[in-house]
Design a protein around this ligand. Structure first.
Ligand SMILES: *Cc1c(COP(=O)(O)O)cnc(C)c1O
Length: 377
């Protein structure tokens, strides 16, 4: 058997390599490397895919969050609620603007921001006289956040919501695709994300015409009516034409890939649910399965045993963000982040990509089950 890949980008490339070669060749021929026709075409197709009125492609998923915060006119001293259990970028960009992330604890089953903790944190921050501006949700490991609950809380407290869907793009909630579940949604095309390119890339989705125009200006140094008319402070935040050309080919097979990921996740869950805590989806949620994550009390032993039998596994994330050196001086909710701390010690992600064949899936399942049975005995 070939060594098992945690994420197999080569297998995907094999299936579409010829198309990608042709697509790149086309860009080399026309030579419009910046904002070429493929960029516009990709944005249109992304809007068709997720149903958002506007798609603004951009440099990466981190900058995408900056675009969204700039639409919301984020200011120094604003407080923004962000989950404690996520990738650094979600909180990092808030700090770029000298705004303050407040870390909200997550739910032990969904791994996403817990609505009860969110509400308690808002009340606590307001009592302390802090200016709370908005909520930055993260669809962790691919599953949409419980937007019905979060929307109610946001409405009650007059807060905006930005959805960091770097892991969730492709997912949906009750038939509504991620990209339309919040006023502004951001995503990343980092190679290992469910929809990834061959470098850095990202996008922002919104139905708001004003925000879309603003972001198109910010993307090119705050451009006004022409290239040397600068009407605001912006940045260089564009997606390369070559990356857009590659992404067009990847988007064409994205739906099939999402279905395969979902099938694999359900096979894993059916086979392992009696031996470990398997991922819990909220009602009506379809996950993009950026990761398939178990919760295990003896996680570190299981990682070592899996490695011995050639099954790669990864820990996302070994430490909550609010305990890290760069973030530990920022506030948390009134009850701290016990759930995130517990998850950091117990989560384990198994190999997940659409090109895991049935034999490999069976091998991963059998080995994992054997190890869990032995550890439990
Ligand atoms: C990957 C990721 C990002 C950042 O995306 P980049 O394209 O690497 O900048 C932001 N948020 C989350 C939750 C991510 O997983």
């Amino acid at each position: 058997m070939q060594p098992i890949q945690f994420i197999d980008l080569k297998a995907q490339q094999k299936t579409i390599r010829q198309k990608i070669d042709v697509a790149i060749q086309k860009v080399l021929d026309h030579g419009t490397y910046i904002m070429g026709p493929e960029v516009k075409e990709f944005e249109t197709k992304l809007s068709d895919f997720c149903g958002a009125k506007h798609t603004i492609s951009c440099s990466n998923g981190t900058d995408a969050i900056a675009f969204a915060l700039m639409c919301k006119n984020i200011k120094a001293g604003d407080h923004v609620l962000v989950p404690s259990f996520t990738f650094a970028a979600s909180a990092e960009v808030i700090a770029w603007f000298d705004a303050i992330p407040i870390f909200v604890d997550v739910d032990l089953k969904t791994f996403n921001m817990c609505p009860n903790h969110l509400e308690a944190t808002i009340v606590d921050a307001k009592q302390k006289g802090q200016h709370v501006a908005g909520i930055l949700t993260v669809d962790l490991f691919g599953q949409p956040v419980d937007y019905e609950s979060i929307n109610k809380i946001a409405y009650k407290h007059n807060l905006w919501i930005i959805d960091d869907a770097a892991q969730g793009f492709g997912g949906s909630l009750k038939g509504k695709k991620i990209g339309t579940l919040a006023e502004i949604t951001t995503t990343s095309f980092f190679p290992a994300k469910p929809l990834g390119c061959y470098g850095d890339g990202g996008a922002i989705f919104t139905d708001n015409d004003e925000y879309a125009n603003l972001m198109r200006s910010i993307r090119v140094h705050g451009q006004g009516s022409n290239k040397y008319d600068n009407v605001r402070i912006g940045m260089n935040g564009r997606l390369d034409t070559i990356q857009a050309a590659i992404l067009l080919e990847k988007l064409a097979i994205f739906n099939e890939e999402l279905i395969k990921r979902d099938e694999i996740a359900h096979r894993y869950t059916n086979a392992l649910k009696d031996y470990a805590q398997t991922p819990h989806l909220i009602e009506g949620a379809f996950s993009a399965w950026a990761q398939y994550t178990l919760v295990l009390p003896n996680r570190d032993e299981v990682v070592a045993s899996l490695k011995e039998v050639g099954v790669p596994s990864f820990v996302y994330y070994p430490m909550p963000l609010n305990l890290q050196v760069a973030y530990k001086h920022y506030p948390t909710g009134p009850y701290g982040t016990p759930n995130a701390e517990k998850l950091a010690k117990t989560v384990l992600s198994l190999p997940m990509h659409p090109y895991l064949d049935a034999t490999t899936q069976d091998y991963i399942i059998d080995q994992t089950r054997n190890i869990l049975l032995k550890k439990a005995a």
